[in-house]
Write a protein that binds this ligand. Structure first.
Ligand SMILES: C[S@@+](CC[C@H](N)C(=O)[O-])C[C@H]1O[C@@H](n2cnc3c(N)ncnc32)[C@H](O)[C@@H]1O
Length: 283
């Protein structure tokens, strides 16, 4: 079978399995298998796959057909240009979270004369904490998660990206893991925000492979915002900022939750599809 035939056959299979962007997914898996950039496949359409390559491709495509996310199959993803290993223990980093991370490091770098500090609440794979540490060489980051498995993954990612020495990893349930009186310049979080009953309606790639504890935001999806709004102030410096990602359609509710707790909401930022997805506030 040639590269082109393999792409066509695998794409047809993934179409039947209801996978989104089946041709792209096929090409990415084949490029991963052949260890070449995807575009190079186009120069190799007539190359004949060896028998072991064909077997391996069949296996990869079968897994994707079972709706296992591409990132789990290849083992990693890119976040703000950093390679982040992924597994069932940490939410696969999403593109809109890159916007949150960028807002975070831009703010921290305005405070770079002194060592600036940030708390990444619910670090998962560590993607936000790692980007902040990498972009702000003077910053000290605390990465907090209730999942010990997620923290282990975050640590591994921090080592791989050579920023582990500037990240403290804390295991615990929310602010109870922190020493009272610890104050950060930035409190940044992409907390779980899906309403519990909605989880079953999500794509299999999400509901069956992202950790439940990374998705479930309680009955209306807003539990973590209530908690952050009520409990975060003592952990933030007077001139610090809180930056929160949230789901599409939640902006008004989250703004109200923060304002009820006397936060000053400075800005609501949109994602690449022009949907309000990030809120910035201060005390
Ligand atoms: C939506 S994921 C975000 C992961 C990562 N920060 C990102 O943006 O890709 C939320 C994370 O919050 C963690 N989490 C859930 N409840 C928590 C709690 N009570 N205290 C600390 N972390 C919690 C989950 O384990 C999960 O890793």
């Amino acid at each position: 079978m040639t590269v082109l035939e393999a792409i066509q056959k695998s794409t047809e299979f993934l179409v039947k399995k209801g996978v989104e962007s089946p041709r792209l997914q096929t090409e990415l898996l084949l490029a991963h298998l052949l260890k070449m950039p995807r575009m190079k496949l186009y120069l190799n359409f007539d190359r004949v796959l060896t028998a072991p390559e064909t077997d391996s491709l069949r296996e990869l495509i079968k897994r994707r057909g079972q709706r296992e996310p591409l990132q789990h199959i290849v083992g990693s993803t890119s976040f703000c240009g950093y390679e982040i290993a992924v597994s069932r223990h940490g939410l696969i980093p999403r593109p809109e979270t890159e916007i949150l991370a960028e807002l975070g490091w831009k703010f921290l770098s305005t405070r770079n004369l002194q060592p600036s500090t940030a708390l990444d609440f619910g670090t998962g794979t560590g993607c936000i904490a790692i980007s902040l540490a990498a972009k702000c060489p003077n910053a000290q980051i605390t990465a907090l998660d209730v999942s010990a498995d997620a923290l282990a993954l975050a640590k591994q990612n921090a080592f791989q990206n050579q920023v582990a020495e500037r990240i403290e990893f804390l295991h615990g349930d929310g602010f109870s893991a922190l020493k009272y009186g610890t104050e950060f310049d930035l409190l940044i979080s992409n907390p779980p925000y899906i309403a519990s009953a909605e989880i079953e309606t999500l794509d299999p790639e999400v509901k069956d492979f992202d950790p439940r504890g990374a998705l479930d935001g309680g009955a209306d999806g807003l539990d973590f915002y209530r908690r952050l709004a009520a409990q975060a102030k003592p952990f933030l410096k007077v001139d610090g900022k809180i930056m929160l990602e949230f789901g599409d359609g939640q902006a008004d509710d989250i703004k109200k939750i923060l304002e009820n707790e006397k936060w000053i909401v400075e800005a609501v930022q949109e994602d690449y599809s022009h949907r309000a997805r990030i809120l910035i506030a201060h005390k």
